[in-house]
Design a binder for this molecule. Structure first.
Ligand code: AP5
Length: 214
């Protein structure tokens, strides 16, 4: 099973991708998580991508595609995967399609999680991420037991640099311009499934289960 999660930044792609990965036993591959891990470890890749991410811009296609293809060529992806945050441009989608075609493979579903921009802004500026284990919270909807402290590992909760209001607005503009055209791209391939991402997380997941089957 090969699935792509589409949707604006903060639509809930990562939240649902983790739930799908657990239920269907396929790896959750997030280009954003790969980049953030490299920034945290101070690698050359991390240094290269940080300025793009902090400004709310996309990392260049050539670099992103290389990282993604390397990740999905690993052993744990041989029975499928969920791509969260990739592809984000038509050129990325085309390279992915060509690479899969070489192996006589294809994406099964592209799931578009729809959420209006105003709700996205509230979600992201309220999101807090654990600096230690990466768990995510929301100051109103999913507060930690103790303010500013991760329930899971006790480390500090931080506001991602790219979740600051001005950067969120920039990311939304980039999404509408560069990523939204993928909706038409996958509609034409007959694999797009659109779901309402404003429903509670478990309800959104139930709809996804209906699409993917038990
Ligand atoms: P990335 O990490 O992919 O960020 P994003 O797409 O902007 O997505 P997010 O992780 O912010 O949101 P999400 O949709 O996963 O939502 P989440 O589940 O966390 O990318 C970051 C950056 O890396 C990019 O800006 C770019 O620079 C670079 N990059 C990455 N991939 C790239 C690519 N392919 N090409 C070029 N550059 C790339 O949920 C958000 C919040 O909402 C959470 O607080 C959550 O708890 C809450 N929430 C989730 N679901 C619900 C619900 N149903 N109801 C209420 N709250 C909910």
């Amino acid at each position: 099973m090969k699935i792509i999660m589409l949707g604006a930044p903060g639509a809930g792609k990562g939240t649902q991708a983790k739930m799908i990965a657990e239920k269907y036993s396929v790896p959750h591959v997030s280009t954003g998580d790969i980049f953030r891990a490299n920034i945290k470890e101070g690698t050359e890749l991390g240094k290269e991508v940080k300025s793009y991410m902090d400004q709310g811009l996309l990392v260049p296609d050539e670099l992103t595609v290389r990282i993604l293809l390397d990740r999905v060529s690993r052993e744990d992806c041989k029975n499928g995967y969920i791509l969260d945050g990739f592809p984000r441009t038509i050129p990325q989608a085309e390279v992915l399609e060509q690479e899969l075609a070489k192996r006589e493979e294809a994406i099964d579903f592209a799931i578009d999680v729809e959420v209006p921009d105003e709700e996205i802004i509230g979600r992201m500026t309220g999101r807090r991420a654990c600096a230690g284990c990466g768990a995510t919270y929301h100051v109103v909807h999913i507060p930690p037991r103790q303010e500013g402290i991760c329930d899971a590992c006790g480390k500090e909760l931080i506001l991602r640099d790219d979740d600051k209001l001005e950067t969120v607005k920039k990311r939304l503009a980039v999404y509408h311009e560069q990523t939204q055209p993928l909706i038409e791209f996958y509609t034409e391939k007959g694999i797009l499934r659109t779901i309402d991402g404003t429903a509670p997380m478990q309800e959104v997941f139930t709809v996804i289960e209906t699409i993917l089957g038990e």
